[in-house]
Design a protein around this ligand. Structure first.
Ligand code: ZN
Length: 377
């Protein structure tokens, strides 16, 4: 190790101790970070999804230790909240910056003492306590002050020291520590609550993703609908032609292969009823799918769908049948082959039941925990 790296490692160690003293409930997570020292690292200690923090030696030398520690807490905030996986639907270059700011707003919500140019609900003038997906919606409607900057991204992904399961167990251990201490700020307590009792959270995430999917679809159809026209504001006496906004088409693809209990599907459909009606949808196209897609059912309420099917699963058929919809919501246990890529011009939200199956990276995914059993209640 050269002297320069030595100094970087020492300052990192000091910053981590500062952070653990400042937020003791995060100690386990802070000590799971692996430092990676290289000259291409941006200055705000960005972490990659494998819990490597990227340290730029010059920036680390010039930044006071408490500020380095503050950024370590910030990065642990991204990692524990699963922001890397949640960023997936925002991969388009036009959406990336918005997501980076939205994720920073969620993390910095109640993380006091950061640099004045860090993104927070306060610096953005937005309400506190929301999920990043909701901040991303709202950021589409406001002008962000130019000096406000997200922490940035790691230029590459380093090696993985932990498996996905180990990361999940770490998150649960941190959540348990927050839960038992009761001294953590409100945002962390809400996160711990959702991590330990995920049934509280999946409805919130589903609502946020459905809203965003609908907003994106509406934006593709007619972008101007979302941003009030400056011309209209400047000339209030002129009656501008009304913009016609076609309602985005929503399809629900339901895995009826027999491995998911009908009452679980029924609950998810009832949840969707509320969400879509609140968004002004009077019709839903439902497609039941096992190894084949069944004819589209156009229903007023999702709970009216006749569940047809049984046997094996191939949701590629169901997604093919949903090709004309702007937003596709998939209800499945994930035990199915998936298309290799996201269908063009389509937002896909996957509600994944149970913990065995998986969803493709190009879809927004919500894991729906099994309903609590009588014995557990
Ligand atoms: Zn950040």
């Amino acid at each position: 190790m050269t002297d320069r790296q030595d100094t970087t490692a020492e300052r990192f160690a000091a910053a981590r101790l500062w952070a653990a003293g400042h937020a003791p409930y995060l100690t386990k997570a802070l000590f799971a970070l692996t430092p990676l020292v290289h000259d291409t690292a941006p200055p705000r200690l960005p972490a990659d999804e494998h819990w490597n923090v990227h340290l730029n030696p010059d920036a680390v030398r010039e930044t006071p230790v408490p500020e380095l520690g503050w950024w370590l807490i910030h990065q642990v905030g991204h990692l524990l909240r699963g922001h890397h996986a949640r960023a997936e639907p925002y991969r388009d270059p036009g959406l990336r910056l918005r997501w980076d700011r939205a994720a920073d707003a969620e993390v910095n919500d109640d993380l006091d003492g950061g640099p004045a140019d860090a993104v927070s609900p306060e610096t953005l003038g937005l309400p506190a306590g929301l999920l990043a997906e909701r901040y991303a919606d709202l950021l589409d409607l406001i002008d962000v002050p130019p000096h406000v900057q997200a922490c940035g991204r790691a230029p590459f992904t380093g090696p993985s020291a932990m498996t996905a399961l180990e990361r999940e167990l770490l998150a649960r251990a941190v959540a348990a520590a927050i839960d038992s201490r009761g001294t953590a700020p409100g945002g962390w307590r809400r996160w711990a609550e959702a991590t330990l009792r995920p049934e509280v959270d999946w409805r919130t995430r589903l609502a946020a993703l459905v809203r965003r999917g609908l907003a994106q679809a509406a934006g593709r159809v007619d972008y101007s609908y979302r941003r009030p026209s400056r011309r209209a504001a400047a000339a209030p006496s002129i009656v501008l032609p009304a913009l016609v906004r076609p309602v985005p088409r929503v399809a629900v693809v339901i895995d009826t292969s027999g491995s998911i209990a009908r009452d679980v599907l029924g609950q998810a459909l009832a949840e969707l009823d509320g969400l879509l009606r609140a968004a002004g949808h009077r019709w839903i196209e439902a497609i039941c799918c096992d190894t084949q897609a069944y004819p589209v059912q156009r229903v007023r309420r999702a709970s009216e769908v006749e569940l047809a099917g049984g046997g094996g699963t191939d949701l590629r058929e169901g997604l093919k049948a949903a090709a004309g919809a702007d937003l596709v919501i998939v209800l499945t246990d994930g035990d199915t082959p998936w298309p290799d890529r996201r269908p063009r011009q389509q937002a896909v939200v996957v509600c994944l039941f149970g913990d065995r199956g998986s969803a493709p990276r190009w879809a927004s995914t919500i894991r729906v925990p099994p309903p609590p059993t009588e014995a557990a209640a």
